[in-house]
Design a protein around this ligand. Sequence first.
Ligand SMILES: [Zn+2]
Length: 82
Amino acid sequence: MTTDTLGNLGRGARLYAQCPGCGRTKTLDPAMLVAHAGPDCTVAGALKRVVCGECRVPAKTWRGYDPIAENLGKLDKQSPLR
Ligand SMILES: [Zn+2]
């Protein structure tokens, strides 16, 4: 059983935010969210705290997935080369 926390985000997980004020879009760094909220914080809870660096208003956030990054991670583990 897995809980939806920052610490359980997979390698391919991607988090995005867009400011409703200035329209800037940003890809969030999960490691940075962990540094702020801790690995036990839920993903939804951490995303609620995201604000635009310029306007200081809550940003619209959504989640994505990068299958390429996920597969690269698997290749790393299986590779006999060091
Ligand atoms: Zn903004």
